[in-house]
Every structure is written in structure tokens, then in C-alpha cells.
Design a protein around this ligand. Structure first.
Ligand code: C2E
Ligand code: MG
Ligand code: MG
Ligand code: MG
Length: 281
């Protein structure tokens, strides 16, 4: 079975489920059910740090603990969820859980730091994202500045004017906006200058060899200059070595995320970490 192959070779679907429609059907049944039963999805939090290596925030990353299949990583179910409306329900669950987590940390007297949430393009333009987040913020009494939304470039192509409208509304809630996996999509510079975004998140594929491959180093440094010229901040994802960190620092990148510093951690581990670092009142 999939389980016997171990976590690294996890296979949610049996290989003979070759028929795509059948696969999608089974998946939708399974995820719809899971979305109703409240506790199958949980979040890990990966710290983001600044040039001094202080933690400045976290990225919420969803995991699915399937009752029979075990732990399923987002790479295996997000792309499929995006093919149906499930992604909107899932994204909302993630937003709700992240805000509840911030409330828990507040009750534990921890210094609150912003949490970023990945939002699928479909959800961004779907209609009620803004009112949903606004209601969550009001319910919790948290300020929008504690939330950052990470959006990939793909959505910008589908309905750019709608993206601008929604993003502008999100900005009125004090929410930060970043373009995730920057450099892998097709956003034109003309698009970029018109969007009310705050941060460009440099894709891991450029970070990986930024210090060893001349071209990748030049791409990274060009992205950082571009961001600064547009008065945006940059964060590099997937930093795995000291050499990558030093390269990025030398080019003026202001924030970092990656296994070199911290892996995605459980909420309990984040709590322990923050207490150990003295990030509590
Ligand atoms: P992403 O937003 O680009 O997230 C970064 C991914 O890179 C995460 O994988 C993270 O664990 C991984 N990562 C972080 N540091 C390193 C590193 O140093 N080296 C390497 N090799 N990897 C690193 P994860 O958690 O498997 O998430 C994969 C993707 O799934 C995310 O990419 C994001 O696009 C999507 N995703 C995750 N959670 C959500 C969610 O709640 N909603 C939506 N819509 N998408 C999500
Ligand atoms: Mg992300
Ligand atoms: Mg990313
Ligand atoms: Mg990525």
C-alpha cells in the first residue's frame, strides 16, 4: 500500500487509476468529506527572518492528515483542489485556522508576528474573499497587519482588473500582499507597477544556485533591484546554505526563509521557539 512505501514515496492514488476523470472524482469526494470533518487539515508555520536572523513572521503551510492514507503534503492535493471549487473552501479553512492560531498565541502572551497565507488565484477573484477576511478579523479582534497574503503570478493573467480591485480592497484592511514564486510566471512589468503589492517573493528555483551559477545570481540581483526601484521589499524562499544567505544579503534582500534557518514547524514548536527567544511579553 501507499503507507508501506513510506512518507517520501507517498501515493494518494493507486497507479491503475489512470483515468483522469475517475481520479478527480475520487479526489473530490475525499476532499469534500475531509473539509466537512473539521480536523483533517492542520497548519505548519515556517519562520521568516530578517538580515539579523530575527524572526519577523511565519508562512502558514497546510497539511492533510488523512485517516487512512496518513500525512499528505500540499503539493499532492492543492493542484487537484485548484481544478475544482474545493480550493476556495480549503483556503477559507486555512485563513480561519491561522487567525485562530494568532488568537491562541495572543492568549499565551506571545509577541504577535504576521502570518502569511497562500491564496489560490481562483479564490482571489471569486467574490467574497475580502468580506470573509474582514469578518474573521472582526471576530478575532486582530489587526489586518498581522496577515499577509501570498499570491502567485498565474492569476494576474486571468482577470487583471478584478485582481487590482480585490487587492486594493485588501489593502484597506491593512493586509500585506506578496507575489509568491516570483520570476516563474509571466507578470509583465506593466502589471507589476499597477498592483498594490508590498513584497516580491523570489522563487526557490533562482535561490538554489544564486551563489554558484552566474545567470541565477544575476536574475536574483535583478529581481531585488527591480523590487527596490518599485519600492517593494523582497524575501527569498528556499534558502538552504550560508553561501546563499550571504549572496542574498550582499544584494540587499531584506527577508529570508528556508531550511538553513527553520523548517516548517508545528504550532506547539513555534510557541516553544518564541518563548525560548524571549518573544513573549
Ligand atoms: P510555496 O508557497 O512556495 O511554499 C514554499 C514551499 O517550500 C513549502 O512546501 C515549504 O515547506 C518549502 N520549503 C521551505 N523552505 C525550503 C527549503 O529551504 N528547501 C526546500 N526544498 N523547500 C523549502 P509545502 O509546504 O510542501 O507547500 C508547497 C506549496 O503548496 C506552497 O508553495 C504553496 O504554493 C502551496 N500551499 C501550501 N499551503 C497552502 C494553502 O494553505 N493554500 C494554498 N492555496 N496553497 C498552499
Ligand atoms: Mg507561499
Ligand atoms: Mg513560494
Ligand atoms: Mg515555491
Amino acid at each position: 500500500s501507499a503507507k508501506q512505501k513510506g512518507r517520501d514515496h507517498f501515493q494518494f492514488f493507486h497507479p491503475d487509476m489512470a483515468h483522469k476523470a475517475l481520479k478527480q472524482f475520487n479526489f473530490e469526494q475525499s476532499i469534500r468529506q475531509a473539509l466537512q470533518e473539521s480536523d483533517q487539515f492542520f497548519l505548519n508555520y515556517q519562520p521568516k527572518i530578517d538580515a539579523q536572523r530575527s524572526i519577523i513572521g511565519f508562512e502558514a503551510l497546510v497539511r492533510w492528515l488523512h485517516p487512512e492514507e496518513g500525512l499528505i503534503m500540499p503539493g499532492e492535493f492543492i493542484p487537484l483542489a485548484e481544478e475544482s471549487d474545493c480550493i476556495i473552501l480549503l483556503d477559507k479553512k486555512v485563513i480561519h485556522q491561522a487567525i485562530e492560531q494568532l488568537q491562541v498565541w495572543r492568549e499565551q502572551n506571545l509577541k504577535l508576528l504576521p502570518v502569511s497565507i497562500n491564496i489560490s488565484g481562483k479564490h482571489l477573484i471569486s467574490g467574497n474573499l475580502v468580506s470573509f477576511i474582514q469578518a474573521e478579523l472582526e471576530r478575532s479582534g486582530l489587526d489586518g497587519s498581522l496577515i499577509e497574503l501570498e499570491i502567485t503570478e498565474g492569476v494576474l493573467l486571468t482577470d487583471f482588473e478584478r485582481c487590482i480591485t480585490v487587492m486594493t480592497e485588501l489593502k484597506t484592511l491593512n493586509i500585506s500582499l506578496s507575489i509568491d514564486d516570483f520570476g516563474t510566471g509571466y507578470s509583465s512589468l506593466n502589471y507589476l507597477k499597477r498592483l498594490p503589492i508590498d513584497i516580491l517573493k523570489i522563487d526557490r528555483s533562482f535561490v538554489e544556485e544564486c551563489d554558484t551559477l552566474k545567470e541565477d545570481g544575476q536574475i536574483v540581483s535583478t529581481i531585488i533591484s527591480l523590487a527596490h526601484n518599485l519600492e517593494l521589499k523582497t524575501i527569498a524562499e528556499g534558502v538552504e546554505t550560508l553561501e546563499q544567505f550571504n549572496f542574498l544579503l550582499s544584494k540587499g534582500c531584506e527577508a529570508f526563509q528556508g531550511y538553513y534557518f527553520y523548517r516548517p514547524l508545528s504550532s506547539a514548536d513555534i510557541c516553544t521557539l518564541l518563548k525560548a527567544l524571549g518573544n513573549s511579553h
